[in-house]
Design a protein around this ligand. Sequence first.
Ligand code: 4GX
Length: 250
Amino acid sequence: MASLRVDVVTLFPELFEPFLRTSVVGRAVEVGRIEVAVHDLRGWAHDRHRTVDDTPYGGGPGMVMKPEPLVEAIEALAGPRGPGRSAHVVLLSPQGRRLDQAGLERLAARERLVLVCGRYEGVDQRVIELAVDEELSIGDYVLSGGEVPAMAVIEGVARLVPGVLGNPESAGTESFQAGLLEGPQYTRPPVFAGLVVPEVLRSGDHAAVAEWRARRARELTRRRRPDLLGEAGTESERTAPTSGSGEDES
Ligand code: 4GX
C-alpha cells in the first residue's frame, strides 16, 4: 500500500492538530496512507530562552530565523543534504517556485517529505544552501508564516495518495478535464430563487451531460484562466454567452 511520511518543522505545532484530525487529511492519517509528525523548532534551540531568531545583518525591520536550530532540525529529520538523504526537504517561501498540481504530484510520489515553516522575515540564507532541497510558494501574496502553505501541501498530496479519496484511479490531473477549471455544479431543488438547473443535467443523457460539462469547463477556463490553456486556448470558443457573476465579462 502506497504511503507518505511527512515531517513538519514549525514554531506553531498546535496549528496542525485540528487540521490533521479533520476530513480527507484526517481520514488519510487514520488509515495510514499518510503519516504526519509535527516538530516544534524550539526543541532544537541552544539556549535556555529557546531562541530561534536574531536581528538581520545589514539592518532592516523584523527578525531572521537563526541557522543552527533549523539546520539541526532538518538534518535530524532528513540527514545531511545529498544523494543519501532520507527525505525531500521543502521550505515554504514566497521566493519559491510556484506550486501547482504537477508539483503536488511530484511531491506525492516521494516516500518522505520534510516541510519547513518559516516565520518573521525569513530564514538565514545558509539554511537554504546547506539543508533545503526545494523552495515552494503557494501563491503571490504575503502570509505571516509557512504553516498555512504547509497545510496546503499536506492537503494537496493527501488526496493524491492512492486510496485516500473514494476515487480509486485518479484524483489528480489525469482525470478527464485535466488542467481545466470545473464548470458549474447543481444539486436539488431544480428551481431555487427562480433560477433553474440546466435541462441537460436532468435529462439522464450521460453523453450529453459529459459534452455540456466539457464545453462549460473550456469556456470558463478560456474566460477566466486562459493561461491554463497555453497556445491551444487562443482559438475562439464558439458558444452562446453564459450567465454568471459577470465579473469576468469583457
Ligand atoms: N507561499 N510566507 C513564509 C516567512 C518566510 C520568508 C522567507 C521562509 C523564507 C508564503 C507563500 C508566504 C510569508 C510564508 C513569509 N519563510 N509561503 N514566511 N505565499 O507568504 O509560501
